[in-house]
Write a protein that binds this ligand. Sequence first.
Ligand code: TMP
Length: 198
Amino acid sequence: MNCQISARLFEVLQREGVPTHYLGLAAENWMAVQRVEVIPVEVVLRNVATGSLCKQTPIPAGTELSPALLDLYYKDDSLGDPLLTDARLELLGLINADQRQEIETLARRVNEVLKSFFADLDLLLVDFKLEMGMNQAGQLLVADEISPDTCRLWDQLNTDPEARILDKDRFRKDLGGVVEAYGEILKRVQGACPKPCN
Ligand code: TMP
């Protein structure tokens, strides 16, 4: 389901001129993509405060964040994907200031497109994580996947704080109904984008 959802979201982004690694679906669970050198930085955009932001700061859960908060994390599971500051980024030499700016501009554009796309499906894009990479021509592309595993999505037709969760938080919080929630996201995304390209 993540592959089917992700393919359609990449198509929506590409339609809006956002460069991504997506080429098409090769099979139901097989996405063809451009080869990229992945930048070891996870880019998180937050439209509503929840998750780690509320564990690490006194910002109350549910606070609307406008403009969206952009957090960068060092992509290394063995280090627990630590939060990066600009100074740490510079020290690590992972990306330069221009690339940092380019990543932020691209991530904010993705947020704009997806927030509006999901809103039309009665879904609130609470936050999400992106990975990016450079293709052989040196172009920055959105890579990896975009799915309920990497986004928080709340059903705007449901006000119950648990029932509205249609993403991996159902698993993280042990709420059950994971498959049903992902199925609901797929159904709505499919309605807006029925046939992904092969
Ligand atoms: P967080 O609140 O745990 O920092 O998560 C923010 C968003 O990033 C949330 O939509 C889930 C997503 N995410 C991932 O996709 N992978 C990860 O490893 C982490 C930590 C978060």
